[in-house]
Ligand binder design. Structure first.
Ligand code: ATP
Length: 518
């Protein structure tokens, strides 16, 4: 490997075993270097919980977004009743009347219990801290660490550092939310040196506030939406009346949501500004079970279509006793991210919410949320199945799945994007920057750019250009060389195998038509 190639290669080429932490670091660094994702406000030192999507990131995100919109709104599946499903699109305002968030329960209840550490001044979500408790010695302290897959290792390191006389197996891990406040005095907080620094838990509201108009006072207070779903519920009757919505049908929306997450982390997994893709499917209460099972099946097909492997994905159904009072079923779609490995992180939750949301808005607004079925003459408030997915997390899952270490190539890795999500579909690379090569390449580029996102890259040696395309996950490279000038053929390089073959210039459009389908 050349020196410049070694500089490009990920940490995999070093002798130490390549860990999931290394992989995550490499993904974040690739995203910055190649223009997928940048830290927001970077020149001012950044801002915690916010990220900007760069030129390639926005293409990738739009591709994922468009696939969801196509699967939901433009070309929804055939339903379990054999009829094509109807789903109508919506783009509601980010800021709504604050009463919306009172009705939805977000103002009163969208709050996580938090505890502050008086020593480190850090704030923790109570359900995100594990406490290693022991009664082996009456004066032994309990040790708190952030919950996560590596928490046992972190605990063992802390135990050693704190010089405990007890061994790790004399401790039992319990969630901080399960510990009585009276016992807080025994706990050494995750970033503290002594016990008893954690405050009693307090509710912390996740809704982001803003104020409208010239004077900021109680009357001007408004909220940035904490989810896109409420915009759908409050427009239910508008859509039924204006677009002849006939139950069963759905309303779908993609857009930004804001949550004042206490502890944003894991790159773009838990952030304060993110995008959601939510659909509310309105049905008759008697049919809700059938539609719930149907949508779980459909969502599985969709996540697979992005290229997420079965082994990194799981569908987790919650038992009835863990559901919130108005919910009848809940299945989370989860992905095994490098930072959650061997555990999983949530991508989407599919919930059977009964008619709770429509009833709440009827109560708070005084407006009827009923549906009248002209066939059966029945009047009722429809039940709702809600597949609520995170677009930002979907992009992260696609990035993590695609990142493939391959020490045999100069880049040391490649992004194994499925062609349908790849931000650049093909690169056109003249072997030299002078003479006929760039002329033919430019002509090909001008033809293909009408239909596909293609890159014309003329400078640098060909190895470096292939390396760049591997890093951004371009499925195909077409190289124009002397033979192209004489016989009109080009070299096609396949990203994953690096195999090369020659095809005629005239066949390229047909080649891409087939090759970019998957
Ligand atoms: P979590 O338990 O991870 O906080 P949640 O269950 O509160 O998520 P929902 O309210 O069900 O999330 O929102 C639906 C989807 O929105 C989630 O599955 C996730 O993909 C996305 N999402 C929620 N919060 C965030 C966040 N802070 N950053 C990025 N995406 C998020």
């Amino acid at each position: 490997m050349t020196e410049s190639a070694a500089a490009l290669a990920p940490t995999a080429t070093q002798t130490a075993p390549y860990t999931m932490t290394d992989k995550m670091k490499d993904i974040v660094s690739l995203c910055k270097r190649r223009g997928f994702v940048f830290p927001a406000s970077e020149i001012y030192g950044g801002i915690n919980g916010f990220w900007d999507f760069g030129p390639l990131g926005v293409e990738l995100k739009n591709n994922v977004r468009d696939l969801w919109w196509k699967a939901m709104v433009k070309c929804p599946p055939i339903g379990p009743d054999g009829e094509p499903v109807t789903i109508l699109g919506l783009d509601s305002a980010i800021i709504q009347n604050p009463r919306v968030w009172e009705a939805s329960g977000h103002v009163g209840g969208f709050a996580d219990p938090m505890t502050d550490c008086r020593e480190s001044k850090k704030r923790y979500r109570v359900d995100h801290v594990s406490v290693y408790t022991t009664n082996a010695a009456p004066d032994a302290c309990w040790i708190a660490v952030p919950s996560g897959d590596d928490e046992q290792d972190v605990f063992k390191k802390r135990l050693k550092k704190l010089g405990s006389k007890l061994s790790a197996d004399q401790y039992t891990a319990v969630g901080l939310d399960k510990i009585a406040v009276a016992d807080y005095g025994r706990i050494i907080a995750p970033d503290a040196s002594k016990p008893g620094t954690l405050t009693e838990p307090r509710a912390f509201n996740l809704l982001m506030e803003t104020s409208l108009g010239a004077v900021a006072d109680a009357d001007s207070k408004a909220y940035l939406r904490g989810e896109t779903a409420q915009g759908i519920f409050i427009n239910f009757t508008n859509v039924v009346d204006s677009c002849r919505g006939r139950v069963p049908f759905g309303i779908a929306q993609i857009g930004k949501a804001f949550r004042n997450e206490v502890n944003p982390r894991n790159f773009i997994f838990r952030v304060r500004e993110f995008e959601q893709m939510e659909m509310e499917f309105f049905c008759h209460p008697n049919d809700a079970k059938m539609w719930f099972d149907f949508w779980v099946g459909q969502r599985k097909i969709w996540w697979q279509s992005l290229g997420l492997s079965d082994e990194n994905q799981q569908f987790h159904e919650y038992p009835a006793d863990e559901l919130i009072f108005y919910s009848k079923r809940l299945v989370d779609v989860e992905y095994r991210f490098p930072f959650s490995h061997p555990g999983y992180g949530e991508l989407e939750s599919i919930a059977y919410r009964t008619n709770y949301d429509l009833i709440q808005h009827q109560k708070f607004s005084g407006q009827k949320m009923e549906y009248f079925d002209p066939v059966t003459n029945e009047r009722y408030i429809p039940h709702v199945i809600e597949p609520a997915a995170g677009l930002t997390r979907a992009v992260l899952a696609v990035l993590c799945e695609a990142y493939t270490v391959d020490p045999s190539r100069p880049s040391g890795m490649y992004m194994n994007f499925k062609p349908i999500v790849a931000p650049v579909k093909a690169a056109i690379l003249p072997l030299t920057a002078k003479g006929d090569h760039p002329v033919i390449a430019t002509k090909l580029y001008m033809e293909l750019r009408e239909k596909y996102a293609v890159d014309l890259d003329i400078k640098q040696n060909i190895g470096k250009r292939y390396a760049r395309q591997d890093e951004i996950g371009t499925p195909y490279c077409f190289t124009i060389d002397d033979q192209t000038v004489t016989d009109g053929t080009v070299t096609v390089r396949h990203r994953n195998t690096m195999a090369q073959e020659r095809i005629a210039l005239s066949q390229i459009a047909a080649f891409l038509e087939v090759g970019l389908k998957g």
